[in-house]
Design a protein around this ligand. Structure first.
Ligand SMILES: C[S@@+](CC[C@H](N)C(=O)[O-])C[C@H]1O[C@@H](n2cnc3c(N)ncnc32)[C@H](O)[C@@H]1O
Length: 321
């Protein structure tokens, strides 16, 4: 037992150092999130994916989308991620849920994940392990120039809202333009904090913990490519997952995107470790810990040899007790 604890603690130290030394915010952004794209082409692909994802639990082959568009695999993946976030918000708006306290773990240097959620949030707490990533998000929120441009994503979300068949989303789009959607998100993004998913308190400072406690936990916990992308050990994946779900209040929600079956993924020229998990691992874990799965999707068929993962998993669930 002592040996096992020592072993896990050594992995923890090793992996923390690996992230500190090899994760670069700029390389990550340029690897995965192009800042300019053809909005109309993205919008069309988004419609195709939305319809394919219309069954609650779908498996979609990325190749079938490639045949219908001129987009690259990474671009199709990005649209699928936004599609999932859109469906989460449509579901919550449909249940009249808003004024949510949202906690994002391993939020990285990105803000795309908050655009749809800004519609239902009273406050978004963005957390990440690396100072460089947090600085990138602070720069985007607090300055007007020199930060990564997410304008194309905000514009795309606005266009998705306008053309949505969902009445609530469409209604929202009438009162909002791209500039006000961006300002709204900046306003909601109230806290950008250090966070460590392998700490039972998520490494949060006392004030943040107290704020969350006052709310009886978070209403929505979001985790995009975090716990499985922060360790190579499936044991540590379970530990991290337990830590994050403990923050969700009863009757609150969790929205998770993850890479599947990966031992690594690329950030610029570096390979970072990943824990190889499947959709079954994720859904079974959540069910075992008193979550009801509302929907899940699987985008399958990424070029594993090139990117490290064979697809993406998306799960939205509610904490029942
Ligand atoms: C693949 S990136 C995902 C970033 C972002 N959520 C996205 O959707 O692109 C993994 C993130 O996990 C963060 N991370 C690594 N170890 C972590 C830890 N122990 N606790 C919290 N975040 C961690 C990294 O700093 C990085 O931002």
């Amino acid at each position: 037992m002592k040996k096992l604890i020592e072993y896990i603690s050594n992995i923890a130290k090793f992996e923390s150092a690996l992230f500190q030394n090899n994760f670069s915010a700029q390389s990550y952004l340029h690897t995965y999130y192009p800042d300019k794209f053809d909005i109309n082409e993205y919008l069309n692909t988004s419609k195709i994916l939305y319809n394919l994802f219309s069954k609650s639990n779908s498996l979609i082959e990325i190749n079938s989308i490639k045949e219908e568009t001129n987009l690259r695999e990474e671009e199709i993946e990005n649209i699928a991620i936004l599609n999932f976030l859109e469906k989460v918000v449509i579901y919550l708006l449909g249940k009249n849920k808003n004024n949510f306290l949202v906690l994002d773990v391993g939020g990285g240097p990105t803000i795309y994940q908050h655009i749809f959620n800004s519609l239902i949030a009273k406050c978004i707490i963005h957390t990440d392990f690396l100072e460089e990533n947090r600085a990138e998000v602070i720069k985007w929120r607090d300055t007007t120039e020199g930060s990564y441009s997410w304008l194309s994503y905000i514009d795309l979300v606005k266009k998705i809202m306008e053309s949505s068949n969902d009445i609530n989303l469409k209604n929202y789009s009438k009162n909002i333009d791209t500039t006000s959607l961006r300002s709204r998100l900046k306003r909601k993004l109230k806290f950008i904090k250090f966070g460590d998913v392998f700490d039972f308190n998520l490494g949060l400072d006392e004030a943040t913990i107290n704020y969350i406690k006052k709310n009886k936990g978070v209403d929505l916990l979001t985790s995009n490519f975090t716990v499985e992308s922060a360790t190579s050990s499936t044991k540590r994946w379970v530990e991290g997952m337990i830590n994050i779900i403990n923050f969700v209040k009863v009757d609150g929600y969790i929205s998770i995107s993850a890479i599947s079956n990966a031992y690594w993924y690329q950030v610029g020229t570096k390979k970072l470790p990943a824990a190889a998990i499947t959709l079954k691992d994720l859904t079974q874990f959540l069910k075992k810990h008193n979550f009801e799965i509302i929907f899940h999707y699987n985008l399958h068929g990424s070029e594993k040899e090139k990117v490290g993962y064979d697809g993406m998993l998306f799960v939205f669930a509610r904490k029942v007790k």
